[in-house]
Structure formats: structure tokens, C-alpha cells
Design a protein around this ligand. Structure first.
Ligand code: GLC
Length: 791
């Protein structure tokens, strides 16, 4: 069943049935001010940090779902009937409804009783505000006497206290209408402790409310507020209690007459309250369209660095628009704030963010550079790192599920090396390695030194079987091998370590540090031999060892016999050479592939096991216990491309691609334009139901799998490798790629319908003998033509 369709031309997803299986949301976001909005106008906002600077409140997991939000109510004063132009929260059946989620904006068009409305929401690029603009048109042939009410419910800034410490927090707000500024301002009584939020308009208003209970009335909800029912605001202020912002505007609309109302919600500092200035900036429709135009142009530029045209328009649309868009949102907010991540604990995950940099590096390299430096400053002198980073204070922290004895994650610091090497290959900016960066203890070292210490940390923390200690966990946060011996080990980390060492060999060589490169190389060989001697189970690689030395991910186990990650990473990390690479990936095919993607392990765990902890707390088929944990599927796509099995890689891609779920959205449930963290596995009755959309490493890795491995465009230190691994049915691929500030127009022709292999290459019309395309620095657009076939 469908709830909407893609409009590739407008770069929008259009929802035509508001009753989507989960709220389908969008991010209105300039990297600092972030507003989440659903297809029926639910959602919340925050400034810089969703934990400490939450602007709009949200009741997660509420019944009814998705409350509160950014609401308009329209009341027909003749009949007393009222409705929401965004369907919710009133929920009155509309005569027409369409929600357009675009890049950074959402528009909801609707009609009720011949009153047409169009609501636009967006966050401009250059101001830390959100704009809500309502357009109304009277399509009937009689005059309408209407009243419009707005509704925004403030969070008391600190999102944790807002929910937990009611006896305190309910007594700190000051919220009132300030006539000179024509805005409702909300701040704490202790002014200096938080920003000020303002909710203003250019309209001459007919009333206001700042107190939730006065507006809604007790034993009612957002669906039937007392004030709306009665048709008149009570001009309440909130001193303590629950602050809200509601304006009343009375409107008379003649037949075919239109009226627009704009409200602006933003943040400012105490004593610097100049909402009028900013409200005036967005006075007219033209002002609004100009700001929207700038926003759209910004996204066009962002997307222009990588654009493709293949034989599969759906793939093109996901790669060109939605996947790149999702990558930027995950880069900005990691796993911090979504409809499923409550924005109160996590911060920006170190490992998550380093993975997220991989697929935005070609489009926002300066932002990636800045982020790398910030993240590296939460590394300790011995090389391990804090698990999370908090953007407001630039400080780090560990999560509360830390193993108290081993205060590190086996993998975190190694992602630094993979993220940095990706940045260096993309940009060629080796100066990054010389940057002086702080350690948590206060001393400083070059970034290269930070990377070396990351290597040393793993090297110095090996377990009894010679594999890296897992610490609190590795990539799999729920594989918690905690115990009295402090001896849980991770084979996945050993594989990551191997790849990190190979990257360090190259970096050390480029920097002329011969001794280092010899050291890294020797260590890499040692790990290679060790893993191949001690982690090969016969048909695949094992996953690790528990604290008391029992093997995990072996045919000897009853549950969790085979784990996906140590097969894909064996290939990605170049631990598995030809025969084993094929064998372990065949084992994946045989044991883990389902209709909707590849499971994380099989068979699932069926009861709690204190030696494994977290992973065995989930019922079979959910989360890390044998769900299709989408984040890991692109690793299988990459691995398949690495062993030249294009058809399998493509098959795996389509199994998780959200666009392939548009026609079965009632099963998939989450947004068909966005990857979700997981899809329920086939050991669960709801097989195929996706969960936790938007903030997931799936975004970055799937884009990387598609662009660097299926399409085969891979930046390197001194060239750009082109090595497509595509479905053999494709005739042609066109790619526009900006690399080191130069635009390459790449055309891949596939006349003999192969899936791999290059017969001929030409650069700007001249034959070239290698698929390692040199770095061309002239300002012209360079044309690269590739003819696939037998060399
Ligand atoms: C979540 C975490 C991520 C972890 C993954 C697997 O997505 O954000 O860091 O790697 O789960 O446990």
C-alpha cells in the first residue's frame, strides 16, 4: 500500500494520505537550529543541543502519537466548527491533503469546507529561527468569518529536567506577550541560565495565550482546546507552569480572497531581545520566498558535487537526493535527536560521527575538517576516546552502560583513522595531520600523533587469545562481554585494526616517516596471520570470545553461530584473501540473507545470557539480535563488489533501499525516502517492519557503497580510481563528480553488458591506460569516458 509518491523533479516526497504507519518526518535544519516536523505538523525544535537547549517540547511515545507540534487551528465563527490545516491535532477529515517534504522545508496543502490552506515551514540558512507561513483562500461564494489560532508548546530548555524534575521545573518559566515587539517571549526567571525564545508576527493580533492550561483547558488535549472551541484567547501569561505561544487572528475572507499569516519562532540571548528586527526581515511573501530560494539553492549546490544518471531512476533519485540529504542530517546530529532518539543522553557518538563524515566529505570538506579536530580533542593520552561528544560544550562523556572496569570501547578510536584517511584521500589536505590537537588530560599532539596513539591503544590492549579487548563493546554496542576477568575479545576490532594499520602505512609513507610505516606494516602482518590462524571457523570467521573465554559466532554455538560483521569486515579489511573471502561471503548468502535485507546474525538468541548481556535482551528478530541491522548491509555490498560479484551487491542494495518499499509502506512502516536503523528480522512476526528512521550509519555507508563501490568512484591520495561494479543489464552510467575542486564528467558505457572490467579509457578525448584518473587541476570540466568490457 502506498501513502505517497516521489517527485524527483522537485526533490520532494509527497504524502497523500495523512494516516501514515508511523509519523513520516523531515528535518528543518541549518546545522544549529533544528526543527523536526512530521507530515501532520507534529515535532520539536532545539538550538545547538537537543538536551540543554530544547525549544519546543515533544511527548515521545505519546497517545495519541506525535504531540505536540507546530499547529494552526482554523475556526469558522458562523458554525463554530474548527479544524487543523495539517490534519492533526484536530484530526477532522479534510477534503484534500498533501504534505510535501522537501530538502529543509515542508509544505502541507489542504482544503476543508472550501477553505484552501497552504502551510509552509522552514528554517532559513542564515537565521536561527523557524518560519511558519499559513496561506488561506476562500473558494466558496460567501464571505467567511474565520479565526486562526497558533500553538507552540515550549520545553523548559533542559529537556531532562523538563520531564524528570517537575516540582522544580514547573516553577521557573516566564512567558508573556510583549506588545512593543509583537511577540510572545519565553525565558527562565533566572534569565542568565538559558536563551530566550520568541514567537512573533507582523500581524496585528486579536489575542494571545501563554499558559497551556488556559489555552487547552484541563481534561482536554491539543485536539479540542477550550480557547479554540470558544473562539477567543484569554490573554494569559505563564509565570511558572507550562509556557506556550498562541496568537489569535480574526479574518474575514470574501469569495476568492486570500490571506497569509506568518509567525516566526526563534532564539536570542537575554537582554538582546530584538525579535522585531528579525521578524521584519521576513515581512512579505517575497522575503519568505527569497529565503526559501536561498535554502533550496544551498541544497542544489550541496547535491551538485555528485550526480548520477543510470538505467535505474529509483537508484538515481535515492543517490542524488535523499541519501545525500540524510547523510548531511546524520552528520549534523549523529544519533542524537530524532523521533526515536530522544536527544537527552547520547550526544554525538565518536564512532557514529566518524562514519558519518565518510559520505559528506566530498560536499562539505571544511565542516568535516572542523568536526575531525573537535572529535580528536576527546581522545585520552593513552589513545582511547570518549564515546560521545557534546556540541554545546565541546566536551566528551561515556554512556551509562559503560563497563566500569574497562572504560573504553574496543573500536571507537580506530574509526578516527578510517575517517581521517577518507578525508585525506578526498581533499589532499595533508595539513590536517600537522594540526595541534588537545588530549583530554590537557597536553597537545599533532593529529598524526593522535592517530598513532589510537593504534597503540589497541596494540597495548590485547586479550588472552591475542585479539583486541572489546572493553565496553565494539561497533555492536550490545555485545557486552563484561566479566570479572576483563577479557572479552573482538575479532571485528582485530579486522578494523588491520585496515587502520594498512591506512597508517600509506599515511606514514606520504609523511616520510619510514620507521612508522615499517612498524605499521609489520603489525598488520602479525594481525593478518593471527586472525587467519585463530579466527577461521571452517566456513566463516568467528566474532570473538566472552570474558570466560568461550567462542562467539562459531558453528559450535547454538545461537549466534554466524555473525555478518566478521564476514564483511574480513573482506573490507583485506584479512580474507580470495578463497576465504568467497567462502565467508557465501556463508552470509546461505545463512543470513532475507527478503528485506541481511540479518546481523543467525540463529538468534532465545534467552538472556549474562556472558553476552545486551544482545540477548532483545526478542529474536529485533535490534542486534538477528534483525536486519541496515547499517551493516552496505558492508556486505562493498565486500561483494570487492570480490567482483556485482549482481549480488546490487541484489543486497535493492533489498534495503527505502524506495523499493514505497508500495508496501504498511509493512515497512517508516519513511520510504529514508534509510532506517533496522528492519525487523524473519524470526519475528512483524518481519519487514523498519524502526528508528533517519539517524543511522546506514545513510553514510549506503551512499559510500553505491558511489565508491557499485559505481566505483574512489578518491585516492594521487588519483581518482574508477572501477564500476554494476548490474550487467545497465547500458550506460553518467556521473558528475567534483574531486579536489575539479569537475569530472564521467561516462561509463557498457555495450557488452558486463558487470565489471574496463576495456578502454579516454580523458578529454585522449586514450589513457589506467583507471587511476590523475588529479587534473585546471578549471575546465574534464570528460572521462570508460568503456566496460574485457580488457
Ligand atoms: C547504534 C549506535 C551505533 C552502534 C550500533 C550497533 O546505531 O548508534 O554506534 O554501532 O547501534 O550497536
Amino acid at each position: 500500500m502506498k501513502f505517497g509518491y516521489f517527485s524527483a523533479k522537485k526533490k520532494e516526497y509527497v504524502i497523500t494520505n495523512p494516516e501514515t504507519p508511523t509519523p513520516w518526518i523531515n528535518y528543518l535544519n541549518n546545522g544549529k537550529y533544528c526543527a523536526l516536523i512530521s507530515n501532520t505538523a507534529g515535532g520539536y525544535s532545539f538550538y545547538q543541543d537537543p538536551k540543554s537547549q530544547r525549544i519546543l517540547r515533544y511527548r515521545y511515545n505519546n497517545i495519541p502519537v506525535d504531540r505536540p507540534g507546530r499547529y494552526f487551528y482554523i475556526r469558522d465563527n458562523l458554525s463554530g466548527i474548527y479544524w487543523s490545516p495539517t490534519w492533526q491535532p484536530v484530526g477532522k477529515n479534510l477534503d484534500h491533503y498533501e504534505c510535501h517534504h522537501g530538502l529543509g522545508y515542508t509544505v502541507i496543502n489542504s482544503e476543508y469546507d472550501l477553505i484552501e490552506s497552504n502551510v509552509l515551514y522552514f528554517v532559513p540558512i542564515n537565521d536561527d529561527i523557524e518560519i511558519w507561513r499559513l496561506n488561506l483562500k476562500n473558494k466558496s461564494n460567501s464571505e467567511k468569518d474565520l479565526t486562526v489560532f497558533t500553538y507552540a508548546e515550549f520545553c523548559l530548555w533542559d529537556a531532562v529536567k523538563d520531564q524528570r524534575d517537575l516540582q522544580y521545573i514547573q516553577n521557573v518559566a516566564i512567558c508573556d506577550y510583549i506588545p512593543q515587539q509583537n511577540s510572545i517571549n519565553f525565558q527562565l526567571a533566572a534569565k542568565d541560565l538559558a536563551p530566550v525564545a520568541f514567537f512573533g508576527t507582523n500581524e496585528k493580533i486579536d489575542g494571545f495565550d501563554c499558559d497551556r492550561e488556559k489555552f487547552i483547558g484541563l481534561y482536554r488535549s491539543e485536539s479540542n482546546p477550550l480557547v479554540v472551541e470558544e473562539g477567543r484567547c484569554s490573554n494569559s501569561k505563564a509565570i511558572g507552569g507550562n509556557p506556550i505561544a498562541s496568537f489569535q487572528k480574526n479574518i474575514k475572507l470574501k469569495p476568492m480572497e486570500t490571506k497569509e499569516i506568518t509567525v516566526i519562532l526563534g532564539v536570542t540571548k537575554p537582554n538582546e531581545i530584538e525579535p522585531m528586527k528579525i521578524i521584519n526581515k521576513y515581512r512579505t511573501q517575497d522575503d519568505i520566498y527569497r529565503a526559501l530560494g536561498i535554502l533550496k539553492e544551498n541544497w542544489t549546490v550541496y547535491l551538485s558535487k555528485f550526480h548520477i544518471e543510470t538505467s535505474n531512476p529509483e537508484f538515481d533519485m535515492i543517490v542524488n537526493i535523499w541519501n545525500q540529504y540524510q547523510c548531511k542530517i546524520t552528520f549534523d546530529w549523529a544519533r542524537y535527536a530524532s523521533y526515536y532518539e530522544t536527544g537527552i543522553g547520547r550526544g554525538i557518538g565518536f564512532r557514529d560521527c566518524f562514519q558519518d563524515t565518510i559520505s559528506v566529505c566530498h560536499s562539505v570538506p571544511l565542516k568535516v575538517r572542523e568536526r575531525i579536530l573537535k572529535l580528536c580533542a576527546i581522545q585520552f593520552e593513552d589513545g582511547h576516546v570518549y564515546h560521545n561528544y557534546f556540541p554545546l560544550s565541546d566536551s566528551g562523556a561515556f554512556p551509562n552502560y559503560l563497563n566500569p572496569r574497562l572504560q573504553f570501547f574496543g573500536d571507537d578510536h580506530l574509526w578516527m583513522i578510517l575517517g581521517v584517511s577518507n578525508y585525506l584521500k578526498e581533499t589532499g589536505d595533508l595539513t590536517l595531520l600537522e594540526e595541534n590537537v588537545r588530549f583530554v588530560e590537557g597536553s597537545f599532539g599533532t593529529l598524526y600523533d593522535h592517530m598513532k596513539r589510537a593504534i597503540n591503544f589497541t596494540n597495548n590492549n590485547m586479550g588472552p587469545h591475542g585479539f583486541p579487548l572489546i572493553g565496553t563493546a565494539d561497533w555492536n554496542d550490545t555485545l557486552q562481554l563484561h566479566g570479572p576477568n576483563n577479557a572479552g575479545e573482538s575479532v571485528m576490532v582485530a579486522m578494523q585494526f588491520h585496515l587502520a594499520l594498512l591506512e597508517m602505512v600509506e599515511i606514514a609513507k606520504i609523511m616520510g616517516k619510514k620507521e612508522d610505516s615499517v612498524f605499521f606494516n609489520q603489525l598488520a602482518k602479525k594481525i593478518f596471520n593471527h586472525v587467519n590462524e585463530h579466527a577461521w571457523d571452517g566456513n566463516w570467521y568467528i566474532r570473538g570470545f566472552t570474558d570466560n573465554g568461550k567462542v562467539i559466532g562459531s558453528d559450535l554455538n547454538k545461537s549466534g553461530k554466524i555473525y555478518l560483521n566478521t564476514q564483511t569486515w574480513a573482506v573490507i579489511s583485506k584479512i580474507a584473501l580470495e578463497d576465504r573471502a568467497e567462502r565467508c561471503l557465501n556463508a552470509v548468502k546461505k545463512n543470513l540473507v532475507t527478503d528485506f535485507g541481511i540479518k546481523l546474525l543467525n540463529p538468534p538468541y532465545t534467552h538472556f545470557d549474562p556472558n553476552l548481556n545486551g544482545i540477548t535482551t532483545f526478542p529474536p528478530g529485533l535490534k542486534e539480535n538477528a534483525a536486519i541491522f541496515c547499517h551493516t548491509n552496505p558492508w556486505a555490498i562493498i565486500a561483494e563488489c570487492m570480490i567482483n560479484r556485482a549482481e549480488t551487491a546490487w541484489d543486497y542494495y535493492t533489498r534495503i533501499s527505502p524506495a523499493t518499499k514505497n508500495n508496501m509502506a504498511e509493512i515497512h512502516q517508516t519513511e520510504p525516502y529514508i534509510f532506517s536503523q533496522m528492519i525487523t528480522g524473519n524470526d519475528h512476526p512483524n518481519f519487514g517492519a523498519a524502526k528508528n528512521s533517519w539517524l543511522t550509519g546506514t545513510a553514510s555507508w549506503t551512499l559510500h557503497a553505491a558511489t565508491a563501490w557499485i559505481l566505483g568512484i574512489r578518491p585516492s591520495y594521487d588519483c581518482m580510481v574508477i572501477d564500476p561494479c554494476i548490474p550487467s543489464t545497465w547500458d550506460k552510467v553518467k556521473i558528475q563528480r567534483v574531486f579536489r575542486n575539479t569537475k569530472y564528467q564521467i561516462e561509463i558505457l557498457n555495450p557488452s553488458h558486463v558487470s565489471k572490467g574496463i576495456k578502454e579509457i579516454a580523458i578529454d578525448g585522449k586514450k589513457y591506460s589506467s583507471n587511476r584518473i590523475p588529479i587534473l587541476t585546471s578549471s575546465m570540466v574534464h570528460k572521462v569516458q570508460i568503456i566496460m568490457g574485457k580488457p
